[in-house]
Design a protein. Structure first.
Length: 403
């Protein structure tokens, strides 16, 4: 496909995905906050709902919630569903556009698992579908009667899937599919359970029947799961831009710590908004969990190990006096400049990624720090080592950037 089309397609789909994601996450956090601030009033029986007052934009809002339904339905109802649907649809198209159509650059790493692009895409899509089936079965099982046990099993399942993805995909591909799995669970909750249950309640009311309160309880359970998954999903979505995360062989372990940290931050705010006090310890544990992520990333790359005092990077024996030694110029030209050039020759790339040009000595010298991070410390570049940069070549680059 034409490189310009690929570039603009990725930008526009990503733009839509971010916009719809903001809308979905915003409404999700708002309704969790709303539920937590509801207070009992005489008009609604105890345990059947509540009311809260809000001020915004120069006006006052009186919001009521009925756990089952009001005695009489209004003529119009606002359905909060398309934010979720649009986020998943745009996210899936983005996954296809960037990772499946560009599998050789972003998804398939022959050093991990050699497979064709179509096979990798089939594994990815199949894993997302299977992941939803497993999660849905867990929530419908007797395990759901014990929320803590269900959360523990769900946590273990997501971490196990992160490990599986890391055994078949590149680092970037593994984390993006972990995030996509959680996003699929979240949107599936809305599409397959929450909205259908609400429609069943409305149908019962129209028919003059008493709605089953279990429908609302099921929807609330899944909505709560979505709330606790929100922050970890966002971390997975941006992790592909940070090689210190996705190049670590323990990225799947990092996923577990991020799940804990994100859930604890949401727990703090859920408790605070409900008027049950400030559980400050949640921030402390979340900070420790994220510190563990940082330490794991440091322990699995040369610079990090040096910072931790585990190893010492030896400086080069000779001092490089010229701008870029010929050996370095040759390596970068042969392994990197086909993409990082004024006119890239790699199929599907219309402009040098991130504007980085490595087709001149001046450009190579200017990007020495980026070369150090991407090709020496993390081995993130070339992506999936698609051009076959050798260990000896990386040592040459290491000696040069350490001058």
């Amino acid at each position: 496909m034409d490189a310009i089309v690929m570039e603009w397609g990725a930008l526009l789909i990503r733009w839509v995905h971010i916009i719809t994601g903001i809308a979905w996450i915003g409404s999700s956090l708002y309704f969790m906050h709303l539920d937590a601030t509801l207070r009992s009033i005489p008009d609604i029986p105890q345990g059947k709902g509540g009311e809260t007052w809000e001020v915004h934009g120069g006006g006052f809002y009186q919001v009521r919630k009925y756990l089952v339904a009001p005695a009489k339905l209004p003529d119009e109802l606002i359905w909060h569903k398309w934010e979720a649907y649009s986020t998943w649809i745009s996210g899936f198209f983005l996954l296809v556009w960037v990772y499946y159509l560009g599998a050789d650059l972003y998804l398939v790493d022959p050093a991990i698992r050699a497979m064709s692009g179509p096979v990798a895409a089939a594994v990815g899509v199949g894993s997302l579908a299977l992941g939803w089936v497993v999660y849905d079965a867990l929530v419908r099982s007797p395990l759901a009667k014990t929320p803590v046990a269900l959360a523990a099993v769900g946590f273990a399942f997501v971490v196990a899937m992160a490990w599986f993805f890391q055994q078949v995909f590149s680092g970037r591909g593994a984390l993006i599919h972990t995030g996509a799995l959680m996003g699929t669970i979240m949107s599936g909750n809305v599409f397959i359970n929450i909205i259908p249950n609400q429609k069943k309640v409305i149908a019962d009311l129209i028919a003059g029947k008493t709605p089953n309160p279990d429908f609302g309880k099921q929807a609330k359970t899944r909505s709560t799961h979505n709330n606790y998954l929100t922050l970890p999903v966002l971390f997975m979505m941006i992790s592909g831009h940070f090689p210190l995360v996705f190049t670590s062989p323990y990225a799947w372990v990092m996923v577990g710590f991020v799940l804990v940290a994100g859930a604890l931050v949401r727990y703090f705010y859920n408790e605070r908004h409900a008027g049950r006090g400030n559980v400050w310890w949640a921030w402390g544990v979340a900070a420790v969990a994220m510190l563990a992520v940082v330490l794991l990333s440091m322990a699995t790359n040369p610079l990090g190990r040096e910072r931790l005092g585990l190893t010492r990077i030896k400086p080069p024996k000779t001092v490089v006096t010229q701008m870029v030694p010929k050996a370095v110029d040759d390596i970068v030209t042969n392994r990197c400049s086909m993409c990082h050039a004024g006119e890239p020759v790699w199929p599907g790339i219309a402009a040098p990624p991130k504007g980085v040009r490595l087709d001149t000595q001046v450009g190579i010298a200017r990007e020495a720090r980026a070369i150090r991070i991407q090709a020496v410390i993390t081995n993130a570049m070339p992506p999936n080592n698609i051009t076959g940069m050798t260990r000896d070549e990386r040592r040459v680059l290491a000696a040069w950037v350490a001058r």
